[in-house]
Design a binder for this molecule. Structure first.
Ligand SMILES: [Zn+2]
Length: 95
């Protein structure tokens, strides 16, 4: 890897860190569609969520919702997480 691409990578990383810092409070209170990192329960219906199940997550709380609950709740306006997009992209490539 040349100096240029390394530098680019470093700048990209710094930019992401900056955005994360600036939007930390927003990100905490926002809902994201992601995958369960570990087993947990839906905060609303109590359904068991297993590792890699899709879930709607908010850091503040924290709140973990199964997809049906996340979609049914009008207060939950979730967005797609980077993690979710990456996973989708991998699945599409494998198919
Ligand atoms: Zn639920």
């Amino acid at each position: 890897m040349g100096y240029r691409s390394r530098e680019k990578k470093r700048q990209a990383k710094a930019a992401i860190a900056r955005v994360k810092r600036d939007h930390h409070d927003t990100m905490r209170t926002r809902y994201y569609l992601t995958f369960a990192k570990k087993g947990c329960r839906c905060s609303s219906c109590g359904r068991r969520l297993r590792v890699n199940d899709q879930l709607v997550y908010r850091h503040d709380g924290p709140v973990t919702l199964c997809l049906p609950c996340g979609e049914a709740d009008p207060l939950v306006d979730y967005r797609i997480s980077l993690r979710w997009e990456k996973q989708r992209w991998r699945e599409r490539r494998a198919a």
